[in-house]
Ligand binder design. Structure first.
Ligand SMILES: [Fe+2]
Ligand SMILES: [Fe+2]
Length: 322
């Protein structure tokens, strides 16, 4: 007599098949079966990522009107606009997992959602535009290059295009830094001051240390993540220290030293108390950023209404034509 197949046995067979596909390096597509945890983890990660792109427009948008030349203004506008596009690709990606982006936006606007801690720091001088492009977009590239190999197809594909644009962001930032580094003593001092402020928050962008990262093991198992937070952070430091040296900058870490045996630039202890404070909403600009995003959302209401009215009109005329 045949044994009745329980729902549980059924589920574990599906999980086994799913994990075998991931182990074989296949990508998971929207219509494929996936464990609910996998879907939830992706929605969490991708929505935090999309929010970070959108909130990331605020600190730099702040300097568009004060860019020192037309060329700088054009590239800063293009960069900020790219970040809006990145947010849109990734919100689209979350919709392939069955979430409505309005729901995610609501979570951002009412303060329930998280986004990258770095955007809760102020942008105090023009040099910040250089240092953010160089360090913050540079850190994003390290993260996102690996995410381009993530197991979920739509997320991986969005990253390929995003990384190309991030490269432009990093270059325009580093070019600003290199120009200031070759400038007057006052310009060099302004640049060094920005580096001193932004270096440690940039290292925090990779998230908590592996020993303190509750989601990491599961994300690595399902190849959503391909490297740990600490591995990515080390890679970023190794890439960035020579770039700082090349333009005569000092990084604000007395423990920074090259280790011949590992080939790594060893660095000092990150202030995790500060990191968790910023994550909890107590950073220098959390309230300001959220208020600015809410204001921008309210100011854009007429655009959304007009777009919806236009889409409805188009649909009416196409049904009439049919
Ligand atoms: Fe971006
Ligand atoms: Fe960027």
């Amino acid at each position: 007599m045949e044994q009745p197949i329980t729902a549980q046995a059924d589920e574990s067979a599906l999980v086994a098949a799913f994990e075998a596909r991931i182990a074989a390096g296949e990508s998971i597509e929207p219509k494929d079966w996936m464990p609910e945890r996998y879907r939830k983890q992706l929605v969490r990660m991708m929505s935090q990522h999309a929010h970070s792109e959108v909130v990331g427009m605020l600190p730099e948008g702040n300097w568009i009107t004060r860019a020192p030349s037309l060329r700088r203004k054009m590239s800063l506008i293009a960069k900020v606009q790219d970040e809006a596009g990145h947010g849109l690709y990734i919100y689209c990606g979350t919709e392939t997992l069955g979430v409505d982006r309005h729901e995610l936006l609501e979570q951002l606007l009412d303060g329930r959602a998280k986004y990258s801690s770095i955007f809760n720091y102020p942008t105090l001088s023009w040099a910040d535009m250089g240092v953010i492009g160089w360090l913050v977009d540079g850190a994003a590239i390290v993260n996102q290059t690996i995410l381009a190999k993530t197991s979920y197809g739509p997320y991986a594909r969005a990253m390929v295009r995003i990384c190309k644009e991030e490269n432009f962001h990093k270059r325009q930032g580093y070019e600003i830094c290199a120009t200031l580094a070759n400038g007057t003593p006052a310009q060099r001092a302004m640049l060094q001051e920005a580096v001193d402020r932004i270096w440690w928050p940039a290292l925090m962008m990779f998230g908590p240390s592996d020993t303190d990262s509750p989601n990491s093991a599961e994300l690595l198992k399902w190849r959503v993540k391909r490297k740990t937070n600490d591995e990515l952070r080390q890679r970023f430091v190794n890439l960035t220290v020579p770039q700082a040296i090349a333009i005569g900058l000092t990084l604000p870490d007395p423990d920074l030293r090259f280790d011949e045996s590992t080939g790594n630039w060893e660095f000092g202890e990150i202030d995790w108390t500060e990191f968790f404070q910023v994550i909890k909403g107590e950073g220098p600009c959390n309230r300001e950023r959220l208020a600015a995003r809410n204001q921008a959302h309210a100011d854009g209401a007429w655009v959304r209404e007009a777009a919806a009215a236009h889409a409805a009109k188009q649909q009416r005329s196409s049904t009439q034509a049919a």
